[in-house]
Design a protein around this ligand. Structure first.
Ligand SMILES: Cc1ncc(COP(=O)(O)O)c(C=O)c1O
Length: 366
């Protein structure tokens, strides 16, 4: 049996006609950039997360950048982020000229809220937690800290579509919630795409200006901006797929439950924990394992793909060398980086697939 890490084809086949019709409509109307399909998606995505505004962008990195830019983050500022995240979170901070200030993990692979206040300086302007792997960070506590110190809060929700903190969907706890719709994400386009949601419509308008070269009216540029517009085809695809995201989320959660059940009791493996306040949407199913490289090789020999998210913590990356972080500064993230292993996870994964993966892991440790 072959178990790929993600299978985009099954999902495409399940909605092929609907999605092709939507794409054809974009082609027939030559609505290649923004257009009705994108604007409809924006309003539906805002509703899905109980926001008042959504800005569709051309990827998740630009979604983060436009949000930070509109929030006024600039050179000389500091933005607090987790040490364990995809590089783009830090990159968006760096693009504004600000410094990414890192914090170690908690037991859920998210930013440790108990270490945030130690990192606040007179330069700190924003806390930017990431709801990593699909599990909300403790954004309630983070909001309390941000309010106490008069800091902005924005959320990196790139992996957390429809995830909930105490029953509230992520993305509107602060000024902005930034999403990626990269094809492999829980809600994935057929190319690059992203978006930002906000409760604050005026803030949304600021972002909208930046998305389109600082102009509301063609050639009347009010501020400096960028070109971060979403293409019409991605809006059409996302407009179809948004109707399935809640169903696909429940399928991911059921798959995670089955993994948890079948992998329980293996002393060399720790399954992911769901925080009491969290509805985890399992963009990734991440375990900690012993003899990881050998296990990966064994799984691969059985046709099972696996991944590492992320093998090198931010502060140990070459791109980070000028910030002066040292090895040993974030012990939890560093220790976990050599043990984490992501198993195949997507909504259409079958019980047989999951059982096959679990059996292979048991066979390896036997
Ligand atoms: C946590 C996180 N932030 C930001 C991004 C950036 O999104 P994109 O790849 O759409 O630019 C990603 C994408 O992988 C991500 O996982």
């Amino acid at each position: 049996m072959n178990v790929p890490f993600v299978d985009l084809k099954i999902q495409y086949n399940s909605i092929k006609e609907e999605v092709q019709e939507a794409i054809n409509d974009v082609l027939d109307n030559t609505a290649f950039v923004l257009g009705k399909r994108v604007f409809d998606f924006e309003s539906n995505f805002a509703k899905l997360h109980d926001a008042n505004f959504c800005l569709a962008t051309n990827n998740g990195t630009s979604a983060l950048h436009v949000a930070l830019w509109a929030a006024g983050i600039k050179s000389g500022d500091e933005v607090i982020i987790p040490a364990n995240t995809f590089f783009a979170t830090a990159e968006a901070v760096a693009l504004t000229g600000a410094k990414p200030v890192l914090v170690d993990n908690d037991e859920y692979y998210n930013i440790d809220v108990n270490q945030i206040e130690d990192k606040i300086t007179s330069k700190t302007k924003m806390i930017l937690p990431v709801h990593l792997y699909g599990q909300p960070a403790n954004v309630g506590k983070i909001k309390e800290i941000a309010d106490k110190h008069n800091l902005l809060l924005a959320e990196d929700c790139a992996q957390a579509h429809c995830a909930e903190f105490n029953g509230q969907r992520v993305g509107t706890f602060g000024v902005a919630g930034c999403f990626s719709f990269y094809p492999g994400k829980n809600l994935g386009a057929f190319g690059e795409a992203g978006g930002v949601i906000s409760k604050d419509v005026d803030f949304g308008r600021k972002m909208k200006l930046i998305r389109d070269h600082g102009a509301e009216e063609k050639y009347h540029h009010i501020v400096m901006g960028h070109n971060y517009r979403m293409s019409g085809i991605q809006g059409a695809v996302l407009g179809v797929k948004i109707n399935y995201i809640e169903k696909w989320t429940e399928m991911r959660r059921a798959n995670a439950s089955l993994y948890n059940e079948l992998l329980a009791g293996i002393p060399q493996l720790e399954t992911p924990k769901e925080a009491e306040f969290a509805k985890h949407v399992y963009h990734l199913y991440v375990c900690q394992v012993e003899r990881r490289e050998e296990l990966m090789e064994f799984l691969s020999s059985k046709g099972i793909a696996s991944g590492l998210h992320y093998p090198i913590p931010l502060h140990l990356l070459e791109a980070f060398k000028d910030y002066g972080y040292k090895k040993g500064e974030f012990p939890r993230v560093e220790a976990e980086a050599s043990k984490i292993l992501s198993l195949p996870m997507y909504p259409e994964l079958t019980k047989e697939h999951i059982k096959y993966v679990a059996d292979a892991i048991k066979e390896f440790y036997k």
